[in-house]
Design a binder for this molecule. Structure first.
Ligand code: SF4
Length: 342
C-alpha cells in the first residue's frame, strides 16, 4: 500500500499475485453488461472533486477509504480472455473508471496493448481532461485511441472551477486540449457535459455551439449531454432541480432543432449490440462462503472473494482481513456483487 499526495488515501495494487479477481467490484477491473462494450477500470483515483460527482471521487471524497490500481499485464490478459469469450469481434474497450482514467500511470501502454488485441475495434475513454497535454494526446492517438469523451460542464471559467471544486481546474486549458484533439489527432472528440439545472442551464447552448465549432464528432455524435442523477454515495449539489426525463428530452429536442445536431442518443449511435455475457456466479439472497482480502472502496466495506469473483461487503468495518465469512448476496446485477456477512 502507498499513500498518494493528492487523496491521502492508501492505494491498493491489484496484480495477479494479489489473488484479487478483476470481476465483481465497480471500482476496478472489468465490467461486462452483456453488450460489445467492455468497461475497463484500471485506476479509481481522480484529482478533481466535482460537486455533482456520482462516485464521490477526488481529494474531497467523504465516503472513500482507499483507491485501487490494476497491474497492466493482469488487466490485458483478463481482457484478452473476455474478448474471446464474447466472440472475438466488434468489441469496444471503454476506459471509464470511477475517477479519471488519465490518473493511470500506464494509460498509453494500456491503449497500445488494447489496440493489439484481435477483436477490439474501438477504444474509447472518458475524462475531465485536466491531465491531457498535447504530447499525451499525440501518444494516445498513435496508440490507437478512437474516441475521447471529454466532460466540459461550463465554459464560464469561474463556474467551471466551482463545478469541479478544485483550483486545479482551468476550463480554458481543457478547451485548448479539446481543440488539439479535434484538429490535430486521429481521436474523435465527444463533448459530454453534465447538465445540472438550473446551475449550468445557460452554459449548455454555449457548449453545443463550441463542440460544433471545433469539429467534435466526426465518427460518432459530437455531444453526449448527461442528465444529473442523484446517487446514494454521490455528491448532491445545493440548488439543483430534479429534471424529469420528459423535460430533459424536450429540451434536447429544442436544442437539436436550433443547432441542427443530434443530441438524443441511442445505442445505435455507438453501434452497441448484445453479446454473450459472463455468467452471473451467484443468485440474489444466496449465501456463500467467502474470504475477506482487502479494504472495500468505501468506508465500512471489505472486499471478499468467492468463486473467482470479488464481492463488496457492506457493514464490514469490524471484520478482519483474511477471514472466512458467510455472505448473503444483496446485489448481483452485471457481475457486480454486493453482500453482507451473516
Ligand atoms: S465527476 Fe469525474 S472528474 Fe469529477 S470528481 Fe467525479 S470522477 Fe473526478
Amino acid at each position: 500500500m502507498q499513500h498518494t499526495g493528492n487523496t491521502v488515501r492508501p492505494i491498493i495494487r491489484i496484480d495477479e499475485n494479489s489473488g484479487i479477481p478483476l470481476y465483481g467490484c465497480i471500482a476496478f477491473g472489468l465490467i461486462d453488461r452483456g453488450t460489445n462494450i467492455i468497461q475497463v477500470r484500471p485506476s479509481s483515483s481522480c484529482l478533481l472533486s466535482c460537486i455533482f460527482c456520482s462516485t464521490d471521487a477526488g481529494p474531497k471524497s467523504r465516503w472513500r477509504q482507499v483507491e485501487y490500481i490494476v497491474d497492466l499485464d493482469y488487466l490485458i490478459s483478463e481482457i484478452r480472455n473476455l474478448v474471446k469469450y464474447k466472440g472475438g469481434k466488434n468489441i469496444e474497450a471503454h476506459i471509464d473508471t470511477v475517477g479519471d482514467p488519465l490518473t493511470y500511470p500506464h494509460i498509453v501502454e494500456l491503449v497500445q496493448k488494447l489496440s493489439e488485441i484481435k477483436g477490439i475495434k474501438v477504444i474509447s475513454m472518458q475524462t475531465h481532461g485536466i491531465l491531457l497535454t498535447e504530447h499525451l494526446i499525440d501518444e494516445l492517438s498513435d496508440s490507437g485511441l478512437s474516441r475521447l469523451n471529454l466532460s466540459i460542464d461550463a465554459l464560464d471559467a469561474s463556474l467551471a472551477k466551482k463545478l469541479a471544486d478544485s483550483r486545479l481546474y482551468n476550463v480554458n486549458y481543457v478547451k485548448e486540449m479539446a481543440e488539439y484533439v479535434a484538429a490535430s489527432s486521429n481521436i474523435d472528440l465527444l463533448i459530454a457535459p453534465v447538465w445540472l439545472s438550473p446551475i449550468n442551464d445557460s452554459e449548455m447552448p454555449k457548449i453545443i455551439s463550441y463542440a460544433l465549432a471545433i469539429g467534435a464528432g466526426k465518427r460518432w455524435p459530437p455531444l453526449g449531454i448527461q442528465k444529473y442523477e442523484v446517487h446514494k454515495y454521490g455528491r448532491k449539489p445545493k440548488g439543483v432541480k430534479r429534471l424529469t426525463w420528459y423535460h430533459f428530452y424536450r429540451k434536447l429536442k429544442l436544442w437539436e432543432e436550433k443547432f441542427k445536431v443530434k443530441l438524443k442518443l441511442s445505442p445505435e449511435d455507438f453501434n452497441i449490440i448484445k453479446l454473450p455475457k459472463l455468467p452471473i456466479m451467484f443468485k440474489r439472497f444466496e449465501k456463500v462462503k467467502a474470504r475477506t482480502i482487502a479494504p472495500g472502496w468505501l468506508k465500512g466495506q471489505k472486499l471478499a472473494i468467492a468463486k473467482s469473483r470479488v464481492i463488496t461487503l457492506v457493514n464490514a468495518g469490524e471484520i478482519p482481513l483474511e477471514h472466512k465469512v458467510t455472505v448473503r448476496l444483496l446485489r448481483v446485477k452485471d457481475n457486480i456483487y454486493i453482500g453482507e456477512a451473516v
